[in-house]
Ligand binder design. Structure first.
Ligand code: HEM
Length: 147
């Protein structure tokens, strides 16, 4: 029984990390695609092409990965009893920030696909740095477990 639980934990963790990489890859790509879309004239064929690419990225990579990372992450937390540990509370805070950032960028990319330009190119470049910074904090929290 102990062996089965240990194996389950390892498979959950492997899946969690694989889908975390997919999610992060999507979060790195979306601001970049939004910059290309920003450069296209509203209503142009080029804008439609980027709108299609952003839609596919959201549908095939971003949304499914977000769900799988959350489900496996919560299953891991249950399996190791992480809910009363300080590092996990801090990780949850930053993961919630990352999830909020995901939702914010998805909403803005949908607006761009409709021809709006809700963010400047400079803002998009700045926002493109956010997932890398949050990723670094989250990985330190989960590996070092400083508290
Ligand atoms: C979405 C909600 C998330 C929850 C509830 C969650 C929860 C967890 C839990 C409980 C573990 C097991 C820790 C251990 O065994 O010591 C874990 C492992 C891990 N998580 Fe998450 N996580 C989430 C999202 C993320 C994100 C967004 C990242 C990276 C950006 C990430 C990176 C990792 C890494 C690298 C590990 C492996 C650590 C090790 O080697 O032990 N997680 N996660």
């Amino acid at each position: 029984m102990q062996d089965i639980l240990a194996m389950t934990y390892l498979w959950l963790k492997a899946g969690h990390i694989i889908f975390m990489v997919f999610w992060m890859a999507g979060l790195f790509m979306l601001p970049r695609q939004m910059i290309y879309c920003h450069e296209a004239a509203a209503g142009s064929e080029e804008e439609a092409t980027w709108a299609k690419r952003m839609g596919l990225l959201r549908k095939i990579i971003l949304t499914p990965s977000l769900i799988v990372v959350w489900v496996l992450g919560l299953a891991l937390a249950m399996s190791i009893g992480a809910f009363d540990q300080g590092w996990f509370h801090a990780k949850l805070l930053f993961v919630l920030l990352l999830t909020g950032f995901h939702g914010f960028m998805v909403a803005k990319s949908k607006a761009m696909s409709r021809g709006d330009r809700p963010l400047s190119e400079k803002q998009l470049r700045l926002y493109g740095e956010v997932p890398g910074i949050l990723l670094a904090v989250i990985v330190v929290l989960v590996i070092v477990k400083p508290f």
